[in-house]
Design a binder for this molecule. Structure first.
Ligand code: SAM
Length: 192
């Protein structure tokens, strides 16, 4: 799944996703005071826009220029100054360390690898006191891509978190949707 895959997916339709923020984001972040947020693999931008409307200062990153153009076009004038759109491959170019009060990762493919460099890059982006929210399709899920076992699940990540972290949520919960019936969720806060 390289940049061409994602660009082609977005070009294939005028709108790929619903335009609504992900329900886990709304449920888990609704209670947090706004600060600096990183939306990892922001796609068409619904999560980033919701965060900005809630007062967060959002850096929204995606590898697909097509998705980013679409996302930026959807931003209302009154939240534009709270949104920074950036094109990057976050598996090779990690975000700035300890810079974000929230790192939100929804359905972003992070392939398991020895050393966990890409995953640690995202975890390191969380500032002390900040939150890491990771949501993916659980296994087994018949609608998931057949190679989904190659990607991290919340339990894998929870096991890699050291004593500087506190796991608040690690569960699979139902979700409404035509293809996927459940979300696998990890929410952890960085203590120091
Ligand atoms: C399944 S979509 C999810 C989009 C959005 N988070 C959502 O929940 O609607 C995954 C997104 O991650 C982006 N992406 C995939 N690999 C990436 C990478 N290595 N670096 C940055 N973005 C990437 C894709 O372009 C795509 O927009």
């Amino acid at each position: 799944m390289d940049v061409h895959h994602w660009d082609d997916m977005y070009r294939s339709r005028d709108q790929v996703f619903s335009g609504n923020p992900n329900p886990v984001l709304v449920a888990e972040v609704g209670c947090l005071p706004p600060g600096q947020a990183l939306d990892v693999g922001c796609g068409e931008g619904a999560d980033a826009l919701w965060l900005a409307r809630c007062g967060w200062q959002v850096t929204a990153v995606d590898v697909s220029e097509v998705a980013l153009r679409r996302a930026a076009g959807a931003a209302e004038a009154d939240v534009r100054d709270r949104l920074a759109w950036a094109r990057a491959d976050l598996t090779v170019a990690p975000p700035p360390a300890r810079a974000f009060d929230l790192v939100s990762v929804h359905y972003f493919p992070i392939r398991r690898e020895p050393g966990h460099a890409a995953l640690y890059g995202l975890l390191n982006a969380v500032a002390p006191g900040g939150a890491f929210l990771f949501v993916t399709h659980p296994l087994p899920d018949p609608a998931s891509a057949p190679r989904s076992a190659e990607y991290y699940q919340p339990g894998d990540i929870a096991q890699l978190l050291g004593p500087a972290w506190h796991v608040l949520v690690e569960e699979t919960r139902p979700r409404a949707g035509p293809r996927h019936t459940h979300d696998a969720v990890l929410r952890a806060s960085r203590l120091r």
